[in-house]
Design a protein around this ligand. Structure first.
Ligand SMILES: [Zn+2]
Length: 779
């Protein structure tokens, strides 16, 4: 412990401490980490305001669709015919229209195909692989493009985009109707759409998406958004009303983005009765049971059926169709509105799907509605597709998570299935309602959605094993070489490490904002405000950044700069801690200290030996050799000293006297920011008596010196141990320098295995085997 001199005239104690805390480095060291984002953000205008809200001139286009489509189960082919009514709400005149032909991703000469690099890893999907060898021609065959009177409209196809030239410019405020006929061969399921063939029964489950020519977006940010579909960057779409008539074999069960308009024509009397029952049920009701689905698998269709759907104010339309589908449903209350939570899955998904899927759909709608905006649609489907991941469309999603053939499953399969259903149903909010531009900015839907997924998972089950959201889970990625990383703010098709950058890192950043930087109250209100402002509109990154600051009153430019525009990791270190106490300069204290020090210094080796070896000194032998100084206490406090001290402290207030005579400890903590990304400093002090206290210092502590700061912390008790980031809040990539004194290093342990370990049965299989052995022994 060091002592701080307390100088008597006036209260100088704290100015002294201030001097102690002065930075040793040059205060201006090129640290731009706390500069405002300024020109990194687009200039606000009357379409998008500086506060992050839509401006007074905000506009968006609208496209209504009337579609007739047939699913050919023999040729695995889609044939469709649509009438699009396009409303030009922009202030501009449009001479041509751009449409998206996403199925052209599967054409041989598609940019997405021809620019694919790298080898064929074990992760290459069969659909990708098939593209290289499959003699079938995929992609759209556009057979007609006509105006409202039936006349041909000239059009040009450029890869996954199509331009239709209008005979006369479409004026601001006007609308135009035109029709397109097309067909295409359905590809094998590639993660977003396609068929899944089951060799055992010879049937297919169809997941049909980006299956019709769709209007591209024309907006205030990009004009026409005609960035090609390369496969990674998803979709940029307009809202509109849909009427879709789907014709399929008459033994198929269909689910789609919308409300079924003709249930009495396509459902049996028994199924209609079950739907009635499901309206008030608290657990999902089977509309088509497993036995019924298995019987259908073995049968053949006797004709066709047309299922008619309507969907209002949606940005897209997808559907699923199969004779293999089991169908369960339950109407649930979401913020005062009745919504159908439903699932479609073949028997291969059971028992997991029957037990969980629809219950998870209901929970997701409620959880997301609470954290963003109330779910506005009448229906939400979760459909079981075999792939491990999932894919989202308005009111319908295709999700993985499949048990073993024997019906057992691992904990990871169960958690993965629940997680992916939450995630894909959650996409109904981001981006299906808060309609961000996915082709440009993947994080705006995946990151925000993964963050909400984490919240919903934790509300689903205590200690749910969420993969993303907790700061410590991003650490392995943040430890990777920064020269091999891209910032979150990278265009969708240019993102390396797509999982971390589009999903995990932004989700983690939001969780850190909520728990550590802003606090739950400020964060939740701002996040909800963003959802409210941009529901059924098209936000861009600056609208999110600005709204989060505008609604919370927290300056977050440093945070966006560090987490979204940068690739630096967080690595804080507690280098040293110096201990100071107060020296009040009282003569008694001063003298006692001098005495102790002098006595200690006399314990030299010579003196220790002399004590024994010199049996008697001359003075000891001759008492008359003693005088005044042989008995004088040079450390005694004189009356004169006492008086002088009293006079000096007479002017001090009671508070000052208390500080002076108290036993306060002052610790100077020397902190380093080794990673670069500035973050709040959270320090736990463990006191000598075993109790502890946590000090939280905002990130702005780094604003003058972003590399090293000293911080004075006063305490009544003595600190035995200091721990940085004790609750794993800031994604610190190196925790070895987070304790002072340092923790002793743990030895590195070797794992000793010979050869490959055999595959582990799932815990459910182990239990089954054990039960079987016990039964066998009993026989
Ligand atoms: Zn997603």
């Amino acid at each position: 412990m060091k002592k701080i001199l307390l100088i008597f005239s006036g209260l100088v104690a704290f100015s002294n401490l201030g001097a102690l805390a002065q930075q040793t480095a040059n205060p201006y060291n090129g640290n731009k980490r706390f500069e405002q984002l300024g020109t990194d953000l687009p200039t606000p205008n009357s379409y998008r305001t500086a506060s992050g809200a839509p401006g007074k001139d905000y506009f968006q286009q609208r496209a209504d669709y009337d579609i007739k489509v047939e699913l050919d189960d023999i040729q695995r082919k889609i044939t469709g015919s649509e009438t699009i009514t396009y409303f030009n709400n922009s202030p501009d005149e449009l001479r041509y229209l751009w449409l998206q032909l996403d199925q052209n991703l599967f054409k041989e000469d598609a940019i997405g195909n021809t620019t694919k690099t790298g080898g064929l890893g074990p992760q290459a999907s069969t659909a990708q692989f098939k593209n290289l060898t499959d003699p079938k021609k995929y992609g759209y065959n556009i057979t007609s493009v006509r105006d409202a009177k039936g006349g041909n409209l000239p059009y040009t196809i450029n890869n996954t985009m199509m331009r239709i030239d209008l005979p006369a410019p479409l004026k601001s405020g006007a609308s135009v109707s035109f029709s397109i006929d097309w067909n295409y061969l359905i590809t094998e399921y590639y993660g977003r759409s396609g068929y899944e063939y089951y060799a055992k029964d010879g049937n297919c489950n169809y997941f049909i998406a980006h299956w019709f020519p769709r209007m591209a977006v024309y907006n205030d940010v990009y004009g026409w958004q005609h960035k090609q579909f390369l496969g990674q960057g998803e979709f940029t779409l307009n809202f509109g009303n849909y009427k879709v008539a789907i014709t399929a074999p008459n033994d198929h069960v269909i689910g789609a983005s919308g409300e079924l308009q003709n249930p009495t024509q396509v459902l049996s009397a028994e199924q209609l009765k079950r739907m009635e029952k499901a309206k008030t049920a608290t657990r999902p009701v089977l509309i088509v049971s497993q036995e019924e689905a298995e019987a259908a698998e073995k049968g053949k269709p006797t004709g066709k059926k047309t299922w008619v759907y309507k969907a209002d104010n949606v940005r897209d339309f997808a559907f699923a169709s199969s004779r293999k589908f089991i169908w369960d449903a339950m109407q649930v209350d979401v913020e005062g509105k009745k919504v159908w939570a439903m699932s479609l899955y073949s028997k291969e998904g059971n028992p997991l799907w029957g037990q969980y899927s629809t219950m998870v759909v209901a929970h997701t709608l409620r959880s997301y509605s609470k954290h963003s905006v109330a779910y506005p649609y009448p229906v939400a489907y979760s459909c079981h597709a075999t792939s491990g991941g999932g894919m989202e469309y308005p009111m319908i999603s295709f999700n993985g998570g499949r048990p073993e053939p024997d019906g057992t499953y691992s904990e990871a399969t169960k958690a993965g299935m629940i997680g992916v259903i939450i995630h894909e149903v959650g996409h109904n909010f981001f981006p299906m309602i808060i309609n961000s531009d996915e082709r440009q900015w993947s994080w705006m839907d995946e990151g925000l959605n993964t963050f909400c997924q984490y919240l919903a998972e934790q509300e689903w089950d205590r200690d749910f094993p969420s993969r993303r959201g907790e700061p410590q889970y991003i650490v392995p990625y943040m430890k990777t070489d920064p020269t091999q990383q891209v910032p979150i703010m990278s265009g969708s098709d240019n993102i390396m490490a797509f999982g971390p950058n589009a999903y995990a890192k932004p989700a983690t950043a939001l969780n850190i904002l909520r728990e550590t930087v802003m606090g739950r109250e400020l964060f939740d209100a701002a996040f909800k405000e963003y959802a409210r402002r941009w529901a059924f509109k098209q936000p861009y990154p600056a609208d999110f950044f600005r709204t989060m600051e505008d609604a919370s009153g927290v300056d977050l430019d440093w945070f966006w700069r560090g987490w979204f525009y940068g690739v630096e990791p967080v690595d804080q270190s507690i280098e040293t801690v110096e201990w100071f106490g107060i020296d009040n300069q009282s003569p008694e204290q001063k003298n006692a200290k001098a005495k102790t020090e002098a006595e200690a210094k006399r314990q030299t080796m010579s003196n220790i030996r002399n004590k024994k070896d010199i049996t008697q000194t001359v003075v000891e032998a001759n008492p008359d050799m003693r005088d005044f100084y042989n008995s004088y206490d040079r450390y005694a406090t004189s009356e004169a000293d006492k008086k002088r001290f009293e006079q000096a402290t007479a002017g001090l207030s009671d508070e000052e006297k208390q500080l002076m005579n108290g036993n306060k400890n002052f610790y100077v903590v020397n902190l380093k920011n080794k990673g670069g990304l500035p973050m709040p400093v959270i320090i736990k002090m463990v006191f000598e008596d075993g109790t502890d206290e946590v000090v939280r210092i905002p990130a702005e502590v780094w604003r003058l010196n972003d590399k090293e700061v000293k911080k004075v912390i006063p305490t009544d008790k003595k600190v035995a141990k200091w721990v940085l980031d004790p609750f794993y809040e800031i994604a610190d990539i190196n925790t070895e320098d987070n304790a002072f004194p340092r923790e002793p290093e743990q030895p590195t342990r070797f794992q000793v295995f010979k050869g490959q370990r055999p595959a582990m049965p799932t815990p459910m299989q182990q239990q089954k085997q054990a039960a079987g052995a016990v039964q066998g022994a009993k026989k």
